[in-house]
Design a protein around this ligand. Structure first.
Ligand code: NAD
Ligand code: RM4
Length: 254
């Protein structure tokens, strides 16, 4: 069953990892897909090729989500190419692991700008387009288990993930009257480039795996079903919610 037939889906930070899997998964579910990416042209082209291999249309738009104009440009190019925006998956994010006491100001500010400001501008740009179209829409923000728990080397990052979830709670209220649904995905620990260096430490990786009742860390593909569900009409009465997809890591106390 294809859950996103006829929809135009936008995904930020989609040349790698969870965003890439979500973009290709949306195409497999019948959507035309527009991806935002930051710098790696070849990865973006490969993602578009995978989207087109499903028989759907794909378009890549380059841009730094920390810049407010990137969001307007992304939405405008999507509308120009495919006529409308039905779903925005706000996924782009960074997590440069670093200790708290000597956190460089630039690292803190860049993390805030990409993860939090970037989400704000993307969600706002998509929502304005959806309101103008007049037939509702769905916004899925990739937050994190880190919205709920801390991380010693993530003091700049976890507040952005809590912030992104909070943004979905408030926009769910602000946009409900326009039939725009806003929800968060809270992934656990998923093997991608964002944590490649952190998990290169065997002891840490083994410890993280041991925390997961399902016995393994996640893959980007594990996020596709939950993202497609939240984006689809199957979730027609779901808004302001958070879907934790972590193999059981969060509840694993003792
Ligand atoms: P990733 O590094 O593969 O993906 C992040 C993507 O964001 C990359 O494609 C990167 O180019 C893009 N990006 C970074 N800065 C950008 C910018 N300024 N403008 C545009 N794009 C930019 O890692 P991932 O794990 O797939 O991360 C995707 C999202 O998932 C992030 O928001 C991350 O916080 C979240 N997340 C990841 C995990 C995990 O364990 N991997 C867990 C919870 C949440
Ligand atoms: C997530 C979570 C993961 C970490 C990534 C970078 O939100 O904390 O464990 O690897 O961020």
């Amino acid at each position: 069953m294809k859950l996103l037939e006829g929809k135009t889906v936008l995904v930020t930070g989609a040349s790698t990892g969870i965003g890439r899997a979500a973009a290709i998964g949306a195409a497999q579910h019948g959507a035309d897909v527009v991806i935002n990416y930051h710098s790696r042209d070849e990865d973006a082209e490969a993602c578009i090729a995978a989207i087109e291999a499903t028989g759907q249309r794909g378009l890549a738009v380059k841009g730094d989500v920390a810049e407010p104009d990137t969001a307007k440009d992304f939405v405008a190019k999507a509308v120009e190419a495919f006529g409308k925006v039905d779903v925005m998956v706000n996924n782009a994010g960074i997590c440069p692991f670093h200790a708290f006491l000597d956190m460089p100001v630039e690292t803190f500010e860049r993390t805030m700008r990409v993860n939090m400001h970037g989400a704000y501008f993307m969600v706002q740009a998509a929502a304005n387009q959806m309101v103008a179209q007049g037939h509702g829409g769905a916004i899925v923000a990739v937050s994190s288990i880190s919205a709920l728990v801390g991380g010693e080397y993530q003091t700049h990052y976890t507040p952005t993930k809590a912030g992104v979830h909070s943004l979905m709670q408030s926009t769910a209220i602000a946009l409900g009257k326009y039939k725009i649904r806003c929800n968060s995905l809270l992934p656990g620990t998923i093997l991608t480039e964002i944590n490649k260096d952190d998990l290169a430490d065997d002891a840490k990786r083994t410890y993280m795996e041991s925390r997961v009742p399902l016995g393994r860390l996640g893959a980007p593909e594990d996020m596709v079903g939950p993202i497609v569900f939240l984006a689809s009409d199957m979730a027609a009465y779901v808004t302001g919610a958070a879907l934790l997809v972590d193999g059981g890591m969060f509840v694993n106390l003792q």
